[in-house]
Unconditional design. Structure first.
Length: 95
């Protein structure tokens, strides 16, 4: 399943080290991922959205925000670049 993961780290826990902690968690816990925007990632995993949320919550503070949503087939982008678009196309073509 392909999931969009978006998060917002809230002060005072929004330093570059805090962002790096979340980024490293995404890279370490998902074999296939695509970094779309500063705090938006797409992950390919057999887990459902709630499981992805629960896994990533441990890297966040109580005031931070997190959204995980399954992405299925219908998407569009602008100015995201060929690498990101091709990553999405290759994974969503089979769903």
């Amino acid at each position: 399943m392909i999931h969009v993961v978006g998060y917002d780290l809230v002060a005072p826990n929004n330093s570059s080290e805090d962002y790096e902690r979340v980024i490293n968690a995404i890279k370490a816990n998902f074999n296939s991922w695509c970094h779309i925007e500063q705090s938006v990632w797409i992950v390919d995993t057999p887990s459902d959205a709630a499981a992805v949320r629960d896994l990533l919550k441990q890297y966040l503070y109580a005031g931070d925000r997190l959204l995980v949503a399954r992405l299925q087939g219908n998407w569009a982008s602008w100015n995201c670049g060929d690498n990101r678009n091709n990553w999405l196309k290759s994974r969503l073509a089979t769903q």
